[in-house]
Design a protein around this ligand. Structure first.
Ligand code: FMN
Length: 203
């Protein structure tokens, strides 16, 4: 039997996706903002729903509540530094997007919340429910639009998100998730299906 160590209870589940959540308040002088979020997840297929878990003291928390919208932008390595910056500075103290050279552009289906230009994938979400849990409030959003960068599609229309090299966050460390090991059902796939699918995945 392998040796293990027991640690005190903690949110050790790692790696998790690390995303930049963009938002904007309401009003004429409202400017866009974004924060890094590692506590995000998929919670329902029909309707398509995702979650973000935010501390109520985050500036973005107020903005998302005002507009009832947020956009989840999945980060790749090219945006990993901006992701970190937006996770250690608050929009209350200045324009983080400008500081990182990020451009907020209109997101399909959103009235207020922008997406971030150049990111591999953006999900436009309408805030449907808030669940206060303690330190964090779980915000459930219904995905109303998905925008994916064109270069991640093959000429036959198939999507290859695995080529984006999306960033994960693992216990204080950023990592790239681009190492393909298999595909859904590979453990039981027929040899010819396995070979065809793995070749399509560049393996
Ligand atoms: C990698 C990373 C992940 C983070 N994940 C979360 C998170 O899931 N929820 C949260 O409330 N804050 C999270 N933070 C902290 C916020 O991003 C940070 O407090 C940010 O400065 C808030 O910005 P704002 O005040 O402009 O909204 C994370 C920070 C980093 C660096």
């Amino acid at each position: 039997m392998s040796d293990y160590r027991t640690l005190p209870p903690a949110t050790m589940l790692s790696p998790v996706p690390a995303v930049l959540v963009s938002c904007r308040g309401v009003g004429e002088d409202a400017r866009p903002n974004a924060l890094a979020v590692a506590w995000t997840g998929t919670v329902c297929s029909h309707p398509p729903m995702v979650s973000i878990s935010l501390k109520p003291e985050r500036y973005s928390f107020e903005l998302i509540r005002q507009s009832g919208e947020f956009v989840i932008n999945a980060a790749d390595a090219a945006h990993a530094k901006a992701l970190d910056h937006c996770g250690v500075r608050s929009g209350r103290d200045g324009d983080k997007l400008k500081a990182c050279g990020l451009e907020a552009v209109p997101m399909e289906g959103m009235a207020c919340a922008p997406r971030l230009e150049g990111f591999p994938m953006s999900l436009g979400c309408r805030l449907r429910q808030e669940i206060p849990l303690g330190s964090h409030v779980l915000m459930l959003g219904e995905v109303t639009a998905v925008m994916i960068r064109d270069d991640l599609f093959d000429s036959d229309g198939s999507l290859h998100l695995e080529r984006a090299g999306l960033v994960c966050y693992s216990h204080g460390v950023y990592q790239r998730a681009s190492d393909v090991l298999g595909f859904f059902g590979w453990s039981v796939a027929r040899p010819e299906v396995y070979q065809r699918r793995m070749e399509a995945l560049g393996r």
